[in-house]
Design a protein around this ligand. Sequence first.
Ligand code: FEO
Length: 396
Amino acid sequence: MKKHVAANVSWVGKIDWELKKFHGEEYSTHRGSSYNSYVVEEGKTVLIDTVWMPFAKEFVDNLEAEGLLAKLDAVIANHGEIDHSGALPELLSRRPDLPVYCTANAVKSLKGQYHADWDFKVVKTGDSIDVGNGKSLVFVEAPMLHWPDSMFTYLTGDAILFSNDAFGQHYASELLFNDLVDQAELMQECVKYYANILTPFSPLVKAKIEEVVGMKLPVNAIATSHGVIWRKDPLQIVTKYMEWAQDYKEDRVTIMYDTMWNGTRRLAEELAKGIVDASPSTQVVVHNVARTDKNDIITDVFRSKAILAGSPTVNKGVLSALAGIMEEIKGLKFKGKKAAAFGTYGWSGESPKVISELLKESGFDLVEGGPKALWMPDDKALEAAREFGRAFAKAL
Ligand code: FEO
């Protein structure tokens, strides 16, 4: 139900505690999520975004129960993706007269998904709606943050930036505001969200932040479309995004592998020991990619200055779990990270070469000479892996 945000602004969204996978099966949401919708009640009453389609009726029924449905003058669709636009068909079937403010690209995405011809009002950066009481809702297009149709809406006076997906987190909480929740959990969900969704668009993220900061608008709160609202030190998440958008890396190395009979696992473990031998402050994380959530692995890759990827040779290639995550990593376009390949084999032994090619195609700066062990690595092969770990750490 309606929750007070500030002045005449309320949250009217949906908290989805049950959600464990998002974007189909693509993104794990260990802590659930929320679909944040807001209503501004000034001289005019304007709804900003809606909720995911399964909650459409509940959402519109709530608006009706709160006396808002009949009162609405307009709805703003900051982004056409179904988790935010999913209740538009229900809403507009009950209020077909409502104008829908969105970008030209959002008209395409909304028509493409719902096959409906609503009363679209196309807006561009700088356009606004006068909501009365001296306040306006001002639009700022934000293409590729993260869809071509994305935009922000800024409420003057109260100085609230409705940023849609940008600065959000898949994090269910009844507490609504950033200062009320566990800070470590919150930041973990923020970095995971950036790493898995926004990394390929980092140059655009940086440029858009510079553009918005250049407008010198006061910002009292950033009201995202997922997770909590940034009201305490709201620009902290903008500062973080600027760091993350610029080839981010920590003193961290991610080792990821798949294994059949534990030979490649043993190499991975020796590599980890070797890195810490040479660089005791480096945080090393080791993931069996077949057993670990891929979005958590990608979050570690994002935070790392280098990665090591390993697989036994199978059918002259690599195991499918490693191939799958390498495909994902390639699409995310990480920059400024080093990498090396390793693996075991019994017969032909192509896997380190195949992995090296995948790493190069994915934009990593390859360190040659990663360990390659015949059959089960013996003490000599394990020591060679450990020694490579030491050399790799020194090369970073
Ligand atoms: Fe949360 Fe791009 O939708």
